[in-house]
Design a protein around this ligand. Sequence first.
Ligand code: FEO
Length: 406
Amino acid sequence: MRIENNIVIDKVSKDLIILRYNDTTTRYFEALWEIPEGVTYNAYLLTDDDTTVLFDTWKKNLENEFLNALNSIIDISDLDYVVIHHMESDHSGSIRALYEKNPRITFIGHPMTNKLIRSLYGINPKFKAIRDGETLSTKNYQLMFIHVPWLHWPETMFTYIPQIRALLTCDVFGAYTIPKSVFIEKLDDEYISSMRKYFANIIGFYRNNVTKNLDKVLTMTRDNIDMIAPAHGAVIKGNIVKRSIGLYREFALKTPINRKIVIAYSSMYGFIDNIMSHVTHVLNDWGFNTSVYRFTDKERASIGDLIGDVNNVLGIILGVSTYDTEPFPLMDFVINLLIKKLRGGKPILLITDYGWGDVIPRHIRARLEKAGFTVIDTISVNGTPTKEDLNKIDTAIQNFKQIITQ
Ligand code: FEO
């Protein structure tokens, strides 16, 4: 393995090489998701006799780094094919630079990909549109391309290399974080959380396409996969491959794990904070695992972590302050993302607080229910909760417990 200036180059099999960039400077992935843990961009290069095939590249603005890394392995003028699994610019960012260095390259992708090559990069290279299941043979390898539409863009595809039982999956099975090594030895809780966060942030909206695409991939590969090589995070190999595929199904289906409850709230002056401390204590006493995300004058939770964490919970408790006659803006944003990325299917207890006008609960409840969430109760408090409010809250938590554990 070579590591230099955030660049990792290593063999993942005899003829397949990973070119990985450890991105420690991007603070907001997709200009949206907080990633203090960093992220990697993984491209792969297959060199077989006199044929070279590159799978994906790195993020736009890393073109020079990418060309230098690639040049340290092969002469770019010898590169024959570039397979584009997905056109988002964290993977396609160097294709224009490659084309300018070597206009002989044949770019391979889903039939829809060519249009986006022109519109994103203003080039019109040699392009081979690939049908679902179509193959490309080199001397010792037969690459099979599998369309996996809407994971997470319409043109997304995988490559399966049967000779090494490797599946190259781009975003799918990817994770945030910068793993210490190229391969991951075991799927510990920390790595699973990174995979879940990436899934929920990036693929969550398209979760209904996961199961049918995975079923199709397993049929087309005859379930003969020893290695999953994603474009973010670690390469998954050996007996954790099956576990990863199982995990992905759990992510897509939002299967509850570990008696987990997410509590997310805004509290401008501490009123909701006090209520939520009580709620959290009660739930912890009952043996639930709570993760608390606060938006206060001292704390601003990571929304990326929240959306990841909420993916496999038993239920959600939201606390929302009233602000300019509407939900507190950061909680409004969180609610929008819950609707988009989680797409309903979880029980929610909603607690709101107001000063002059009790105007937000009905509206929030309607939005959540329309998106497919079950709003178990809505408790509205005017400033400091009265004894009656506290009784209502205790009853609501009891109801919540009953529903999430039935
Ligand atoms: Fe990692 Fe959809 O790009």
